[in-house]
Design a protein around this ligand. Structure first.
Ligand SMILES: Cc1cc2nc3c(=O)[nH]c(=O)nc-3n(C[C@H](O)[C@H](O)[C@H](O)COP(=O)(O)OP(=O)(O)OC[C@H]3O[C@@H](n4cnc5c(N)ncnc54)[C@H](O)[C@@H]3O)c2cc1C
Length: 421
């Protein structure tokens, strides 16, 4: 493994450095795991791929030969072309310990923080910043809802409301048009973000969470086929246009499992699955990537929500002749048990069978695993009847009741809605 950082943060844990963990050093990938499996880690940056001699060259002047090469160069945060964006008080979320330390120090001095971008990284950062206490936190999102790129609208509203109730200010349908740095003599205070309607939001720190772009430069320079927007092109075995070079993770293009269309979702879970496929296929094609189901979950100010596959609007656009079912049940039974939370599930079915194509969950702790169950149902292409009769395990302290199990109830609801229609 050649990587350019001495230590790498656990990417999904980055937001929790600020209000929960307290240090980037408590959020590091454990190298002993690699060492135990006799994986050699070289800390260096690869600068070029020399396909004719099957070697890579590095910043430190190494030339390392390969039989097979796997590119997992990841992604880089997008930085908008705004006046003032290069200022030191503006922080794109890089997966880099030194930059995260600088952000932590800046937040320690700040009175006001503005987060540009209300996707899951922006909202998780907002939630953690407000946990610091004494810090005014504002999120600016140009779309009509935060999280709308990934979740159904009502779940987005739930997350926004939960965060707003903690005191975070959320401005949707608004765009930042300039960033003005703090006064040089103002001890880091006095900057602002100017919005499209002229409103000025005080900002000692600005955090950017507007998305990422795949790191494809090495692949492009080596003459591999690269889509300028979606990333390195790979086949179903994760092989690039060079049979001796495979690629996986944020740097490669994604295709929807259901429609084969390109997908923008770049997730650690997808990256890990693709890496297992690429690893298995190094010397013979043993695993196939069926496409991404884009399963995702988060918890914002105690509101857990998750999504897999298509939203209702996606099914509508794809003209699947879809049906939808919903259910709400407590996540323990009886619901009077301590710590029981309402669990809301919406399932989308499409096609003549019809088959499950999407699922959306909001509730308590079980949300994360329930959305994974839905993702596996989508991957297994279960029909609405198979979901309604799927065999689950239940326990009063751990799950909803078998009599009103939410996935089953949502499937039955979809069947009822279809028969009424
Ligand atoms: C704040 C945050 C929160 C997130 N939360 C979630 C979450 O909850 N769930 C989820 O599924 N996803 C989440 N993600 C997305 C997830 O982190 C990415 O999808 C995942 O990290 C992709 O893994 P990767 O290995 O493909 O790329 P990366 O994690 O970007 O790793 C690429 C590595 O390659 C190195 N590299 C690149 N070029 C070179 C070179 N030329 N030489 C040497 N080394 C090089 C990079 O420095 C980096 O270490 C989050 C991302 C962020 C930033």
């Amino acid at each position: 493994v050649i990587r350019q950082e001495e230590k790498t943060p656990v990417p999904c844990g980055i937001p929790y450095i600020f209000g929960t963990l307290g240090s980037p050093h408590l959020n590091l990938m454990p190298d002993p795991l690699l060492e135990r499996h006799r994986v050699e880690v070289i800390v260096d940056a690869v600068r070029g791929i020399h396909r004719d001699e099957r070697a890579v060259s590095t910043a430190d002047g190494r030339r390392i030969r390969y039989r097979k090469l796997v590119l997992t160069t990841g992604s880089t945060p997008l930085v908008p072309d705004l006046p003032g964006v290069e200022s030191e008080h503006v922080f794109p979320i890089h997966k880099d310990v030194a930059r995260l330390e600088r952000l932590q120090e800046a937040l320690g001095r700040a009175r006001e923080v503005v987060i540009i971008g209300g996707g899951f990284i922006g909202l998780e950062m907002a939630d953690e910043c407000r946990k610091l206490g004494g810090l005014g936190v504002t999120v600016v999102e140009m779309l009509p809802r935060c999280l709308i790129g990934a979740l159904e609208g009502d779940l987005c509203a739930g997350a926004e409301q939960a965060l707003a109730e903690t005191g975070v200010r959320i401005l949707t349908g608004r765009t930042a048009r300039a960033i003005v740095p703090p006064d040089p003599g103002g001890n880091g205070h006095g900057g602002h973000v100017e919005l499209d309607d002229g409103e000025r939001l005080p900002a000692d720190v600005v955090i950017l969470g507007i998305g990422v772009r795949p790191n494809t430069e090495l692949a492009r320079n080596a003459g591999l086929v690269v889509d300028p927007v979606h990333g390195i092109e790979v086949d179903r075995h994760m092989t690039t246009s060079d049979p001796d070079i495979l690629a996986a993770g944020d740097c490669v293009q994604k295709e929807c499992l259901l429609t084969d269309r390109p997908l923008a979702a770049r997730l650690a879970s997808t990256a890990a699955t693709e890496a297992r496929i690429a690893g298995a296929n190094l010397f013979e094609a043993r695993r196939v990537n069926p496409g991404t189901v884009a399963v995702f979950s988060t918890r914002i100010a105690g509101y857990a929500c998750g999504s897999a596959g298509m939203r209702e609007s996606d099914a509508e656009q794809a003209d699947l002749g879809h049906i939808v079912g919903a259910a709400e049940t407590p996540d323990k039974h009886p619901g009077a048990l301590p710590d029981a939370h309402p669990l809301r599930v919406k399932l989308v079915f499409g096609g003549p069978s019809p088959m499950i194509v999407g699922g959306h969950v909001a509730g308590g702790e079980s949300t994360g695993e329930l959305i994974n169950v839905i993702a596996s149902m989508i991957q297994a292409r279960l029909t609405v009847d198979q979901v309604a009769t799927f065999q689950m395990g239940t326990h009063p302290l751990l799950t909803s009741s078998p009599v009103v199990y939410p996935l089953v109830m949502a499937a039955e609801d979809a069947l009822t809605a279809a028969s009424v229609r």
